[in-house]
Design a binder for this molecule. Structure first.
Ligand code: PBG
Length: 304
């Protein structure tokens, strides 16, 4: 059986780039597909409330609904935006080869880094906490919107810089004049990876999409997301995790921060690739045992 696979995508420039990349990869395996940009959830008319179907992610909600309504066959997501528990009936079909996992600072000159005072913009709790951990005297202001919007806001304001995922900028071909790789910053779990999801019962799509899976990327992001899942328990906290495979060993660096960046609890572990089962979970339990339990409880009371 062969059919045209309908690829659901959000309509931002980044999302469209990602969906086209999947379309091109499918083309190379001899499979035809079409892009279906999905704008908003609109008039839902679903039998069940979203939460009962396990739909929680703000970035992924729209596509989840389109999948469940049968309007698209697969959906392409930035994997770091996907909640660790997928909605009922939706499964991971493939993880594409990961691009850069780095965070970068787009700035207007780096003198402020030596001066001790500065203002940085980011909407991410993880980036804010890590920035303040390193630069306790700086101010961090909120910044939201898609990549283009955030870049424009940085230009329009007198902030010293804003933090972006390198992968996001590369994908929409934005080359900022001034930027700095933040090699010390621990990225979001699965940053730089794309996830393709399919309906559990759609064997044809699942088998076809599985051809695009990149095993090493999949192993790493699964460890990072397992670490996240065990730590957060359904709440968004300043958590970073990065797994890398070098010579058949997986290296994992993971950390939990307090919201103000004063506290950092971290792990640095390695294990043979053949023994990755529960590796992310064990790292998370280690964090919880080192004061992470109390810190998560504290974060949850503030964010509630
Ligand atoms: N949360 C927004 C988001 N989701 C995915 C990316 C970029 C691609 C990636 O990190 O995988 C971005 C932009 C950013 O964090 O600056």
């Amino acid at each position: 059986m062969s059919k045209i696979i309908r690829i659901g995508t959000r309509d931002s420039e980044l999302a469209l780039w990602q969906a086209r990349t999947v379309q091109n990869a499918l083309e190379k395996t001899g499979h035809k597909s079409e892009l279906v940009p999905v704008k908003s959830t609109g008039d839902l008319n679903l039998d069940q409330p979203l939460y009962e179907m396990g739909i929680t992610g703000i970035f992924t909600k729209t596509l989840d609904v389109a999948m469940i309504k049968g309007e698209v066959d697969i959906a392409v997501h930035s994997m770091k935006d996907v909640p660790t528990a997928l909605p009922k009936g939706i499964v991971e079909a493939a993880v594409m080869k990961r691009a850069s996992n780095k965070d970068i600072l787009v700035h207007k000159g780096t003198e402020f880094l030596e001066n001790g005072v500065g203002t940085i913009a980011t909407g991410s709790l993880r980036r804010k906490a890590q920035w303040l951990h390193r630069y306790p005297n700086h101010k961090v202001v909120d910044l939201r919107g898609n990549v283009n919007t955030r870049m424009q806001k940085l230009k329009d304001n007198d902030w010293d810089g804003a933090i972006f995922a390198a992968a996001g900028l590369e994908r929409i071909d934005l080359k900022p004049e001034n930027f700095l790789d933040l090699n010390w910053m621990i990225p979001a779990p699965a940053q730089g990876a794309m996830l393709i999801v399919a309906n559990e019962k759609d064997t044809y799509c699942r088998e076809t999409i599985a051809l695009l899976n990149h095993r090493e990327s999949e192993i790493c992001v699964h460890i990072e997301r397992e670490f996240l899942k065990v730590l957060e328990g359904g709440c968004t906290a300043p958590i970073g995790a990065l797994a890398r495979i070098v010579d058949n060993e997986v290296y994992l660096k993971g950390a939990l921060f307090s919201l103000d960046g004063t506290k950092k609890i971290e792990v640095d572990k390695k294990t043979p690739v053949s023994q990755v089962e529960n590796f992310g979970k064990e790292a998370a339990l280690e964090i919880l045992n080192k004061g992470g339990k109390e810190l998560m409880a504290e974060i949850k009371t503030v964010l509630k």
